[in-house]
Design a protein around this ligand. Structure first.
Ligand code: PMP
Ligand code: GLN
Length: 387
């Protein structure tokens, strides 16, 4: 977590956003929308402040939000939860992930993630003192797919947690039921807990459908499902997330959570409780994102990138090798000055110099959760890379 000089390193997202600000570049790096979530949800939070939701809320989250999470899981996936014992509100998915890993894994335990992986996973596993193992997602004509043989080889008797993420950041992969069945079988065999990060659950395109692994046979009893309001409602700064699953596992996460943050944002909870009962905003967001995905993918191809069209999330991975750039990190550093655009190198989602990092060395990630005008402008600017 420290740089060579002993100073804590900023995350890649903070670093690239700072670079965007410093150079006046269009920021297609860090994933956050350039418009705020629905006015009625924001008004609900303001009302909650005026109505006195300003002191510590209950540790597990306010009952209205826990009930709304349970209704959401039932309505979308047929998952039945006891809102009082099986749902915990957290400070974003980030805290849920950290508290889950800290609760379940320690020195001598292995936590298995996909690779590439969201950056907080590696840091959190390190904080827990556990060992990080990975199974690759591999570029195929059908998008980035789970290498099931490699996954099987990566599971050992020490595998305590399989930390899954679907829809997947940064590849945009939506894991299929078959891929999830393979993970589930291995988790049962190894008696591992599955922690699944589903923050992009509503951002899927075309025929892709999000399947929570908790809905597969025998999995509800060994799965902690994590999501958050940031992506679904374009309110990434509110940091209201939740984790649900079997009561003993949720209890373990709560035990850690109470000493990380104690409780989470009082006035935002009633607002998100109301938002979660409404499926229109996420549906409209996904529809508009599908069009923006197509715009950016076509534009990047026109510039000369190879692009894997994502089935979910608001990220697209692009290979810069056809443009003559073999090092995505070097390209990401040069891009603001050369083209006035910021992206994120895929190396930030990989271990240093392992097989996945090598395979994806020339790849970078762009977000398309920006206005169509910004995306068009970015594509135009990126033509400068062709030099
Ligand atoms: N998981 C993934 C895969 C993400 O992309 C993000 C980024 N928002 C998070 C977790 C963090 O979510 P939150 O902001 O709710 O903590
Ligand atoms: N999840 C966002 C991304 O992948 C960033 C969140 C963060 O900055 N930690 O870009």
């Amino acid at each position: 977590l420290m740089g060579d000089d002993g100073v804590p390193r900023p995350t890649i997202f903070a670093e690239m956003s700072a670079l965007a600000t410093a150079t006046g570049s269009l920021n297609l790096g860090q994933g956050f929308p350039d418009v705020d979530g629905p006015a009625w949800i924001r008004a609900a939070a303001m009302r909650a402040i005026d109505d006195g939701a300003n002191q510590y809320p209950p540790g597990p989250g306010i009952p209205e939000l826990r009930h709304a999470v349970a209704r959401h899981q039932h309505r979308h996936y047929g998952i039945d939860l006891d809102p009082d014992r099986q749902v915990l509100v957290t400070t974003g998915a980030t805290e849920a992930l950290a508290a889950a890993v800290l609760a379940l894994a320690g020195p001598g335990d292995e936590v298995l993630t996909l690779e590439p992986y969201y950056d907080s996973y590696a840091a959190t596993i390190a904080l827990a003192g556990a060992t990080h193992t990975t199974a690759p997602l591999v570029a195929t004509p059908d998008g980035f797919r789970l290498d099931v043989a490699a996954l099987r080889a990566a599971v050992t008797p020490r595998t305590r947690v399989i930390l899954l993420n679907t829809p997947h950041n940064p590849t945009g992969t939506v894991l299929t039921r078959d891929e999830l069945e393979a993970v589930a079988a291995l988790a049962r065999e190894a008696d591992a807990v599955v922690v699944t990060d589903e923050v992009y659950e509503h951002l899927t395109y075309d025929d892709a459908r999000h399947v929570p692994i908790a809905t597969l046979p025998g999995m509800a009893e060994r799965t902690l499902t994590i999501s958050s309001s940031g992506k679904t409602f374009s309110l990434t700064g509110w940091k209201i997330g939740w984790v649900s699953g079997p009561a003993p596992l949720v209890d373990a996460v709560r035990t850690v959570k109470q000493f990380l943050t104690y409780v989470s944002g009082a006035p935002f909870q009633p607002a998100i409780a109301r938002a979660l009962d409404d499926d229109d905003a996420p549906r409209e967001l996904a529809a508009s994102l599908a069009a923006r995905r197509d715009l950016l993918c076509a534009g990047l191809r026109d510039v000369g990138f190879d692009v894997v069209v994502p089935a979910g999330t608001y990220f697209v991975l692009a290979d810069a090798a056809p443009l003559g750039w073999t090092d995505g990190a070097a390209l990401a550093r040069a891009m603001p000055e050369r083209a006035g655009v910021v992206c994120v190198p895929v190396s930030a989602f990989c271990r240093t110099d392992d097989a996945v990092a090598t395979a994806l060395r020339s790849w970078v990630r762009f977000t398309f959760v920006k206005s169509e005008d910004v995306l068009r402008d970015a594509v135009e600017r990126l033509h400068a890379l062709r030099g």
